[in-house]
Design a protein around this ligand. Structure first.
Ligand code: GN1
Ligand code: MG
Length: 369
């Protein structure tokens, strides 16, 4: 069966048969495969869930259902209009399950497509301010999610100690025989390893809490409407307990980078402090009321940590022979590693300035309480 017919058959498990379905590839995620599906006036997103990475699809989908239903309830209570564009809606299969497994063993899900929406890979301070408010609000809305803790869809996902453990294993094994050319990067990672495990240490000492985090706050995971107002936060696969500094940091890593995540020209890559400040201001506006002093003091550190963590993850995948991230060309993971390293150095150079920006904006917010 050709691919389109295969996709049509999958869609039929969710919405029944429609001979005139239109299906097109969508987005640029590194993990799942996404498609935009049109059935008459109705539009959907179809995704093949990467179950090599998300090993328990039922629990993953259950997390997303709980999170989106809780947010929907909050929005209804606040009297917000246009709710179908303000939070994701999962479409169950005709049998009532939240995902469908095909004969090949692949897992699929369908969501409503959010109409008249767009995302950005490059933003300005005004959009960053809005995105900051949106992620602050997201954490705030989920702070009182009832029931048991969310399932960890990828165990130790943002745990730096665990990531370094995997990295050191990869270095030891040198599976793809690529280590010789990249010894400088191994040293750069080891030189910073102790500092970067600070969050895990603070957590063990009872000084840094885990809250419900998005864990993939890339700039393009926020949808805006045609007037650039935030509609909603998407890509909820990794919503799970984590440190707020890590959500803060991942946005800065992607949204406040003057270059691309995989920029080949390292001169393009540095931190944009105007975007940093705008995001911090928006985020603190909604989050300052529930954050502890230790969390505030470590937000700017989060930007360094998440950039370092991404450098370690891309580099580990390069050393392993590219088994995790989708790549567009053979050196892609190495190029990504170098680009993250360049950003990390820029964040290190600007660290004191970032600390001052966070402190100033926190002070301004709390003065209003
Ligand atoms: C992956 O596929 P995407 O772009 O949503 C990854 C993130 C990384 C990101 C790097 C489950 O996210 O953690 O930060 O690539 N997601 C997973 O661009 O590993
Ligand atoms: Mg993702």
């Amino acid at each position: 069966m050709d691919q389109i017919n295969k996709l049509k058959e999958v869609v039929s498990k969710f919405i029944g048969n429609d001979a005139d379905l239109e299906i097109k590839p969508l987005g640029k995620g590194h993990i799942n495969d996404s498609y935009r599906v049109a059935s008459g006036e109705k539009e959907y997103v179809l995704q093949r869930i990467n179950h090599h990475i998300f090993k328990n699809v039922a629990q993953l989908q259950n997390n997303i259902q709980r999170v989106t239903q809780h947010i929907r309830k909050k929005l209804e209570e606040q009297g917000v209009g246009d709710i179908q564009r303000r939070v994701l809606t999962l479409i169950p299969t005709l049998d009532g399950t939240l995902s469908y497994q095909d004969n090949a063993g692949d897992y699929w899900r369908v969501m409503d497509f959010i109409k008249d929406s767009k995302s950005y890979d490059v933003i300005n301070p005004d959009l960053a301010y809005r995105a900051g408010m949106a992620f602050g609000d997201f954490q705030k809305m989920l702070a009182d999610l009832p029931g048991e803790p969310l399932f960890e869809t990828i165990p130790d996902f943002h745990n730096m100690e665990a990531r370094l453990g995997t990295f050191r294993e990869a270095v030891k094994t040198n599976k793809a025989g690529r280590l010789d050319e990249v010894a400088g990067l191994v040293k750069a990672i080891e030189d910073r390893a102790e500092e970067m495990c600070k969050a895990e240490k603070l957590h063990r000492e009872g000084k840094l809490p885990k809250r419900i985090n998005h864990c993939d706050t890339k700039v393009n995971n926020i949808l805006f409407d045609n007037d650039d107002k935030v509609l909603c936060v998407v890509d909820l696969d990794t919503v799970m307990p984590g440190y707020v500094l890590s959500d803060f940091g991942d946005f800065i890593r992607t949204g406040a980078n003057t270059g691309a995540e995989d920029d080949k020209n390292l001169d393009n890559v540095s931190v944009d402090l105007d975007i940093f400040e705008a995001y911090a201001k928006g985020y603190l506006k909604n989050a300052a009321s529930f954050l502890t002093d230790v969390e505030i003091e470590n937000l700017a550190f989060g930007a360094k940590l998440l950039t370092y963590m991404q450098m370690v993850r891309f580099f580990t995948d390069y050393i392993d022979g590219d088994t995790y991230y989708k790549i567009a060309y053979p050196e892609h993971n190495l190029v990504r590693t170098e680009a993250q390293f360049k950003l990390l150095k820029s964040l290190e150079e600007n660290f004191e300035k970032m600390q001052q920006i966070v402190r100033k904006n926190y002070y301004l917010c709390t003065a209003l309480f």
